[in-house]
Design a protein around this ligand. Structure first.
Ligand SMILES: *Cc1c(COP(=O)(O)O)cnc(C)c1O
Length: 432
C-alpha cells in the first residue's frame, strides 16, 4: 500500500478533498458506518489478532499486545487506518500500539507523577493553581495513548465519574470563588454522553465567577466523525469556550481532522494544541516545524509542547530536556510567533508546568540589558533612567482579587510580601 496524507488545502475547500484511502480490511464498510462515530467506537481494535489483519506486527508489538498487565489498548478504525502497516517506527502506530518494553520500570518512575491525587479536594477535581481547576469528567477515551500521564485511572471503566461526582465538583466550584477558569479533561470529556456534557456545561455556566470553560480533547484526532454539526451547535451555546486538541505529528492532520477543526473554529471555539515530545515520533525540529505550520493553517495555535512525564509505561518515550530546548531554538524567530508553543516540564511531585527554553538574555548591568536573537545577533537595550514603576497604583479591588495566601510565589517576593521562600525544615536545620 502506498502511504500518503493529502495536503490541507488553503482556501477552505475541505469538502472536495479525498480522505486517506482505507486499508483493505475496511474497504467494504459502507461510508455511512465509517463516518458514524458510534460505529467507530463500537468497532475499536484491541487485540493482536485484530491488528494483525492489516499490520505486520513485530515480535515486540505482539509481546506488548498480549501482556496481561498492560495499560488499556483501544484504537478507532479511523485512527488505525492511518498506520503504515510495514513501518514499525510509524508515528501513528507508536502512539497507540504497545511495545513489550513499556512494562519496564525506569529511574524516577511514578504512578501519579504530577501528584494530582494530593491536589484533589473532591473526586475528579484537581485544584493546583490559584484561579483555575482541572475537572475530570470520565476515565474513558476514544483511543488510548501509550504515554498517558493519567494511566493510573484512565481506561478503567470501574473508576469513572458520574452525575454524583459532577454535582460534588460543581458544589466545590460554587463555594470557591477564586476559580475563574475550568478545564474539562479526563479521560476525554468528549467521550461522555452528549446529554451529560450538556448537563455539566449548563451547570458550570450557572456559576457566576466562572469566566471561561476549556475542553481538552483528543476526540477530533481519534474520532473526527464525532465533531458533527449538532455537536458544535451544542457547545457554541456555552461561550466563551476554548478547546485544546492533542496532535503530535503532522501525519495526524488528515482531511477528516481538518474538517472537524474547521467546524469548531467556525463555531467560534478558539483552538489550541498540546503536544508531547516523544522519542522517535516527533523529537525533531523538522517534524515540529511541519506540525506547527499545519496547525496554524488549520487555525490551531500551538499552546504547549510537554516534556514526557515520569509516568509508568512512558519510559521509552522520554527525550532529554535539551532536545526540547533545541526544538524551541529551531522555531522561535525562524517561524511565525503564532506557531511557537511554550515548552514545559510538568513538575514531578506536583509543582505545575514549568516553562523551559533557550536563554536570550546574555548579560545585564544597571541601565543596560544585553540580548541575543535567534541568529546569534547580540544587541543592547538601553533602559530609561527616569522610569517610575509605581505610576499605576494598585487599585483597591485588585488587592481584593489577589490570589490566596501562600500561592504568591516569586512574584510575591518581588512585590515585597516577604523576603524569602524556605525549603521544608530549613529553620529547624539552622537552629543548631
Ligand atoms: C495544566 C493544568 C492547568 C492549566 O494550566 P494552564 O497553564 O492555565 O493551561 C490547570 N490545572 C492543572 C492541574 C493542570 O495540570
Amino acid at each position: 500500500m502506498t502511504f500518503h496524507t493529502p495536503e490541507v488545502p488553503i482556501n477552505g475547500q475541505l469538502n472536495n478533498i479525498e480522505a486517506v484511502p482505507r486499508p483493505a480490511v475496511w474497504a467494504d464498510v459502507p461510508d455511512d458506518h465509517w463516518n458514524n462515530w458510534r460505529w467507530q467506537l463500537a468497532n475499536r481494535l484491541n487485540t493482536a489478532d485484530e491488528f494483525a489483519r492489516f499490520i505486520n506486527l513485530t515480535d515486540e508489538e505482539i509481546e506488548g499486545l498480549t501482556a496481561d498487565d498492560k495499560f488499556r489498548v483501544d484504537v478507532t478504525p479511523y485512527f488505525a487506518s492511518l498506520i503504515d502497516p510495514d513501518d514499525p517506527t510509524c508515528p501513528i502506530r507508536r502512539q497507540v500500539l504497545p511495545l513489550g518494553r513499556e512494562l519496564r520500570a525506569f529511574d524516577g518512575m511514578m504512578d501519579d507523577s504530577l501528584a494530582e491525587d494530593a491536589h484533589s479536594p473532591v473526586p475528579g477535581l484537581v485544584h493546583r493553581y490559584p484561579d483555575r481547576v482541572l475537572m475530570l469528567l470520565t476515565t474513558q477515551c476514544a483511543s488510548y495513548c501509550r504515554y498517558c500521564t493519567r494511566s493510573r485511572i484512565v481506561g478503567d471503566p470501574r473508576v469513572t465519574f458520574s452525575r454524583v461526582d459532577f454535582d460534588a465538583q460543581i458544589a466545590y466550584l460554587q463555594r470557591t470563588p477564586q476559580v475563574r477558569d475550568v478545564l474539562l479533561s479526563g479521560g476525554d470529556p468528549l467521550n461522555i454522553a452528549p446529554r451529560q456534557l450538556e448537563y455539566v456545561l449548563t451547570r458550570l455556566r450557572e456559576v457566576e465567577h466562572i469566566e471561561i470553560i476549556r475542553i481538552g480533547s483528543r476526540v477530533p484526532v481519534f474520532l473526527p466523525q464525532r465533531i458533527t454539526d449538532e455537536f458544535v451547535d451544542l457547545i457554541r451555546q456555552f461561550h466563551p469556550l476554548w478547546m485544546n486538541v492533542h496532535i503530535n505529528h503532522p501525519r495526524e492532520i488528515t482531511p477528516e481532522l481538518s474538517r472537524a477543526l474547521a467546524k469548531l473554529a467556525d463555531a467560534g471555539v478558539p483552538l489550541g494544541n498540546q503536544s508531547v515530545l516523544l522519542a522517535g515520533i516527533n523529537d525533531s525540529v523538522d517534524i515540529q516545524r511541519e506540525l506547527v505550520h499545519k496547525l496554524v493553517r488549520n487555525r490551531v495555535r500551538p499552546y504547549y509542547l510537554y516534556q514526557c512525564d515520569l509516568v509508568t509505561g512512558a519510559g521509552h518515550f522520554r527525550t532529554t530536556v535539551s532536545k526540547g530546548i533545541e526544538i524551541i531554538e529551531g522555531l522561535r524567530g525562524h517561524t511565525s510567533g503564532y506557531a511557537v508553543p511554550t515548552y514545559v516540564v510538568d513538575a514531578p511531585g506536583g509543582g505545575g508546568k514549568i516553562p523551559v527554553g533557550p536563554n536570550y538574555v546574555i548579560s545585564q548591568a544597571p541601565g543596560k540589558v544585553v540580548l541575543r536573537n535567534y541568529e546569534g545577533y547580540i544587541t543592547t537595550y538601553v533602559e530609561p533612567d527616569d522610569y517610575d514603576p509605581n505610576a499605576i497604583k494598585a487599585k483597591e479591588d485588585e488587592v481584593e482579587r489577589r490570589q490566596h495566601p501562600g500561592q504568591e510565589g516569586i512574584h510575591g517576593l518581588l512585590r515585597g510580601e516577604g523576603t524569602s521562600i524556605k525549603p521544608e525544615g530549613f529553620d529547624e536545620v539552622h537552629r543548631r
